[in-house]
Design a protein around this ligand. Structure first.
Ligand SMILES: Cc1cc2nc3c(=O)[nH]c(=O)nc-3n(C[C@H](O)[C@H](O)[C@H](O)COP(=O)(O)OP(=O)(O)OC[C@H]3O[C@@H](n4cnc5c(N)ncnc54)[C@H](O)[C@@H]3O)c2cc1C
Length: 359
């Protein structure tokens, strides 16, 4: 039976970024995906890289800083290997009514209505009659679908093996160690197994007597608008809606945060609420057609932090629970998890993210 150095469960942004990183370090890697690669949360995401977001829990900030350092090279490497464009935009974000993050006062700054008029003439934050605080944060964005398309191609080019349409139902254990995974029809052996199954991570290994990886699905509705002309350059975040411009002129509008189990139906009234919120701050979007609407499942965790590291079962690792920031945290996660899986020491505050915290 063929044996890989590492078997990864789940081909979302976390599983594929880790596969790409491990393969670049010389490991043989198999990704086992229950559906099609990259079509769950990672396909549904907006793609904001909100490194300065004060809502990001403190314990995840080391990982966010690492991802910020790595992102440019990560995108460059994946684009070069795949010949795909991920639409990385480094123009920054305009925040309406957000608290200026204390640690980043020298990086993120308050701007005047005059400066806003220069940056985004069609953005009308006071159209609700109030003058909000306006800030400029030097964040980036990517198109997650472009990123997933590029990552899939880059992993294949680099020699990552992939099985799709195979749902992992069991971790194979021998002599007190994880030695592979099993689907309904096959077994795959590896020196290490990493659970990157996103919102579904808790379901894997639930039969084993080890600390759980208690992820849960957190639904988000989104839509994209196609205005007839360019209306925005920067990401815009307001308390009830955010807008992410793509380079082809589309505006992605998000998002709800709903506890609705694994259901992903799209509710038209929710989409209309988001669209109306977008039109309130950019009135010219009133005439833009809705190009697409969708819903996806973020991998939530009980304390809002990612779950990263080795479990109580030697050889079995988890990398999940990235909630609202998996696109942002992917390169940092891939880097630290590749080191952990290969037995190297890492810092980045990983102890606080360990799956063993749920023992
Ligand atoms: C509406 C919305 C907006 C978002 N916006 C942003 C944003 O702007 N910026 C940002 O950084 N993040 C954002 N996110 C969050 C981000 O999308 C997630 O954190 C990230 O995609 C999680 O990646 P993942 O690989 O863990 O999960 P997924 O992409 O869900 O991948 C997990 C994979 O595991 C597979 N799988 C599950 N069970 C099994 C099994 N038993 N066997 C084999 N395979 C299995 C699934 O089919 C899936 O392909 C958003 C999410 C949503 C839903």
């Amino acid at each position: 039976m063929k044996r890989w150095d590492v078997v990864i469960i789940g081909g979302g942004v976390i599983g594929l970024s880790l596969a790409w990183e491990l393969r670049s370090r010389g490991a043989s890697v198999l990704v086992v995906e229950k559906g099609a690669l990259g079509r769950e949360a990672s396909w549904a995401a907006g793609g904001m890289l909100a490194w300065f977001d004060p809502h990001l829990p403190e314990a995840a900030r080391g990982l966010a800083r690492l991802s910020r350092r790595l992102y440019g090279d990560f995108v460059q490497g994946v684009e070069a290997a795949s010949a795909c464009d991920v639409d990385l935009r480094r123009l920054g974000a305009i925040l309406l009514d957000e608290v200026l993050p204390g640690d980043f006062r020298d990086i993120c700054r308050t701007i005047t209505p005059f400066e806003l008029e220069q940056l985004e003439p069609r953005l009308k934050p006071s159209s609700n009659g109030q003058s909000p605080s306006i800030q400029f944060w030097p964040e980036w964005s990517v198109d997650p679908r472009g990123l997933m398309t590029a990552l899939i191609a880059a992993c294949k080019t680099q020699g990552v093996d992939v099985v799709t349409g195979g749902s992992v139902s069991r971790i194979v254990v021998a002599d007190g160690r994880a030695v592979g995974v099993a689907t309904a029809s096959a077994e795959f052996r590896g020196g290490a197994v990493v659970n990157c199954a996103g919102a579904w991570a808790a379901k894997i290994a639930s039969g084993l007597k080890i600390s759980p990886s208690p992820t849960r699905p957190v639904k988000g509705h989104m839509l994209s608008l196609k205005p007839s002309h360019e209306v925005l350059q920067h990401v815009v975040r307001a308390p009830d809606v955010y807008l992410i411009p793509r380079s082809d002129g589309r505006i992605v509008v998000g998002a709800t945060v709903e506890e609705a189990g694994f259901a992903t139906e799209v509710h038209p009234e929710t989409i209309e609420r988001l669209r109306a919120a977008a039109v309130r701050i950019v009135p010219e979007l009133a005439s833009a057609s809705v190009q697409e609407s969708w819903a996806g499942l973020r991998p939530g965790s009980p304390d809002g932090l990612p779950i990263l590291g080795e479990t109580d079962l030697p050889g079995y690792f988890v990398a999940s629970g990235h909630f609202r920031d998996g696109i942002l945290l992917a390169p940092g996660t891939a880097s630290v998890m590749a080191s952990v899986v290969q037995g190297d020491s890492v810092d980045e505050g990983l102890a606080a993210l360990s799956p063993r915290r749920f023992a």
